[in-house]
Design a protein around this ligand. Sequence first.
Ligand code: SF4
Ligand code: SF4
Length: 219
Amino acid sequence: MGIGSAVLAANSINRILAEVINPQTLVIGNIRYGMIHDETRCIGCRACILACHKVNQVPAEVTRLDILDNVTYRELNKNSRQFVRKSCQHCDNPPCVEVCPTGASYKDPKTGIVDVHHDRCVGCRYCIAACPYHVRFIHPLSKTADKCNFCRDTNLAAGKPPACVAICPMKALTFGNLDDPDSDIAKLIASKTVYRNKLYLGTSPKLYHIAGKFGEIRG
Ligand code: SF4
Ligand code: SF4
């Protein structure tokens, strides 16, 4: 191989590596992003919600994520509170994608992130009705379906973790590649008691929760 061919080959390899190496996890190959919310660490400060609104320019009257006060827990454990994250689960089998008549709702094959092509969305609300986790809404300005996309077009595109993960003062949120056994998220799932919501529906959600100390494990 001549010097010119060698340089061309090296450039091609560098370009391919640049496309598949994720800046967060430095994993080569397919990525299947997920998130864990650690209920034993969360203090309910809602900084994650504010950061999401700011970074993703989400209007105040809607939200891509919520932090819910676990009322049952509070009643059972006097003077103690526990908070539960509610946001898109980035289902591996997403019903919102299946029902979408225009292909606007889709799962990105490179990252496993479920997202919306806003230019294809006609605002029919089928996906909102189909989502068993009740996390989608019509954006008041664009009039298209919207929800958490792990900051795919904002922080992730800039090589940063999702805004909620970056801001959390308690390090209650962990984001990363579920298919990389060396990632922080994979290690947490392997070492902690985790649960996911509504597994029985077959949606295969990728939002995990580390249950609070006295919490029940929900399937
Ligand atoms: Fe909980 Fe962290 Fe969100 Fe605060 S920023 S509510 S501690 S997850
Ligand atoms: Fe779709 Fe709802 Fe699953 Fe998110 S949680 S991927 S919006 S079905």
